[in-house]
Design a protein around this ligand. Sequence first.
Ligand code: R5P
Length: 305
Amino acid sequence: MIIIPGPASRDLGERVASEMGAEAHAIDHRIFPDGESYIRLTDPVEGETVAIVQTTAPDPDRKLMNLFLMARTAHDLGAERIICVAPYLAYTRQDKRFLEGEALSLDVVFGILEASGVDDLVVVDAHNKSSLRRIEADHDIEVHNLSAIPLLADNLLRSGFEGAYSLSPDKGAIHLAESAAKILGGGVGFFEKTRDRTTGEIEMKVADLDIEGQNAVVFDDIISSGGTMARAVEGLKSHGASKVATACTHALFMEGARERVSGAGADTIVISDSVQSEAEAVRVSIAPLLARMLMELTSAKLTTR
Ligand code: R5P
């Protein structure tokens, strides 16, 4: 297998290769003065299984474009199988038309990945599992959705959050809290969250929880503006929670988000390395998770030959 860390995931791609005892293959990547990307695969890929590790945030449009360029080039150069490892796949949150006339971004992204010759797509904590199943059924791409939540919970277990309450910011994400609670061993709950589709304003109500004096962790797939986590932390603190941690897979941390979450009273912020970020937080690597998946995919392929 040829492992290619894309420009957005150099460190993560190298960690994945090292977990597998494999070499990370460098590519030539530049940005032209007009803003276009230049991509050149420098090692031969003909007849090989190629795993491209490229997350797609921040700057999702460029990072997706780079992913399409790498995949399509590997396909054109005769790669036998192309596995895109995009831990954070941008545009998955726009999986339906919430307002009439909206673009179905998730469908557009999948259409281009398929046309670029991608066989397998590995993502982590995809925003909406059922949309992913729908889109997978419509395209010739096998999707492997992994979860970083057990890794994040395991880290919290070892840093004083054993027995803490596991919460999700809304009912739809309760599976994240449930999966964490198996490790932390405390109760499970969720918030009632509503977001104004036009203004983006978030309102969160704490469900009926007896949290007073207990430690709690809010698990989410994404922190973007930090508004959701900040409201959740404030809610827990106002209900008398003791220590409150936030744990999320994709720390997009847009302008001021990290400060918003800690300013709301979060005692610990745990994130994965699915996207590159300089933000101050406890970082847990998903490289072992991705490496295990790639090894499974490769051996599955060998046994079916
Ligand atoms: C939404 O449903 C997601 O699971 C996250 O809760 C959301 O994307 C977080 O966004 P923000 O940090 O901007 O509130």
